[in-house]
Write a protein that binds this ligand. Structure first.
Ligand code: FAD
Length: 290
């Protein structure tokens, strides 16, 4: 595989994510071009090697071992022409947010503190402060199930709160095109600064996590329910319900994916018993078949 252009293969690789989980994979493949990606996927399919696309790993609970290939897209260019913005899938949302605000463009300022990539954020319809990535989206380019490049306009993708129909397809997001509005740079920078401070005050940003664990049930907050259930600070192994924000699980050191999963199940059970509400996961449990 290392002969394929624009592809770097690391065998028996150690991987981690924003939870600071210790993960081993048979292969870690870093890809720098779409052609390289197409060739590597063809090779993996021929050899029947399973693969998983990892963005920044900021929304996933990963199993400890994957007998397959973790693919990371090292494609992170941003092109801005007037109000049109094209961002490659490996680009971090923070970078995209700051670059667009620097051009006095409004529509992605809410994403300054999302520690994920454009690809991961499109697939999960990331959002904050009543905005979401689909608001200003025009279209995306994907590598489809036949390894062909395909353009999908926004209306061809079912999406709702932290959900898109892309989740159930074996496709790879390559880039996203946005149409932004003209805005006032200083106002946008102030909004970003305010929200950054608000997050620092209310979220455990100094501890490894993957953001909100559960979706907010309609008309309520998962954090409020977990706190009222008396679970703030409750820990299983190295996984603990944050004292600062009850909808965050933090890794206090050495948490395994099982610690996190067991804590999730316990929270769901206790909240169901107390409030008759089913908490739905916002984070993704990645359980590989080895
Ligand atoms: C401190 C903190 C705060 C957060 N705040 C928010 C918030 O306010 N709002 C919010 O929505 N989220 C938030 N998150 C969660 C997370 O940052 C977002 O969900 C983000 O969009 C995930 O992107 P990622 O690149 O990390 O995806 P990953 O976690 O790497 O992957 C998520 C899923 O997307 C798939 N995927 C990734 N890239 C691609 C691609 N190119 N093509 C196809 N599939 C792909 C993966 O296979 C996986 O299934 C927060 C997380 C943290 C740690």
């Amino acid at each position: 595989m290392n002969n394929i252009q624009d592809v770097l293969v690391i065998e028996d690789a150690s991987i981690t994510n924003t939870y600071n989980l210790k993960v081993k994979a048979k292969y870690l493949i870093k890809v720098k071009s779409i052609k390289g990606l197409q060739e590597v996927l063809k090779y993996l399919e021929e050899k029947k090697i399973d693969y998983f696309i990892l963005g920044a790993g900021s929304n996933v609970i990963l199993d400890e071992y994957f007998n397959g290939a973790i693919i990371k897209l090292e494609l992170d260019n941003i092109k801005i022409e007037d109000q049109m913005v094209i961002a490659e899938a490996g680009c971090m949302m923070g970078k995209l947010s700051f670059k667009t605000v620097a051009k006095s463009l409004k529509g992605l300022e809410w994403a300054a503190n999302i520690p994920g990539t454009v690809g991961g954020s499109i697939v999960g319809n990331a959002g904050a402060y009543n905005s979401e990535i689909f608001d200003n989206l025009v279209s995306i380019k994907i590598l489809n199930e036949n390894l062909e490049i395909e353009e999908l306009s926004k209306d061809k993708i079912e999406h709702s709160y932290r959900y898109t129909s892309l989740k159930s397809r074996k496709i790879i997001v390559l880039e996203a095109t946005f149409l932004l509005e003209k805005g006032n740079k200083e106002e946008l920078e102030n909004i970003m600064k305010d929200r950054c401070e608000r997050r620092r005050d209310t979220q455990p940003l100094d501890m490894p996590s993957a953001g909100s664990v559960f979706r907010n049930p309609e008309g309520d907050y998962a954090g409020r329910l977990i706190e009222e259930a008396g679970l703030k600070g409750y820990a299983i192994g190295g996984a603990k319900v944050s004292e600062k924000h009850a909808n965050f699980i933090v890794n206090t050191g050495g948490a395994s994916s099982n610690d996190i999963k067991n804590l999730i199940r316990l929270i769901q059970r206790v909240v169901k018993e107390k409030f008759k509400i089913d908490l739905i996961l916002e984070q993704e449990l990645v359980e590989w078949k080895n």
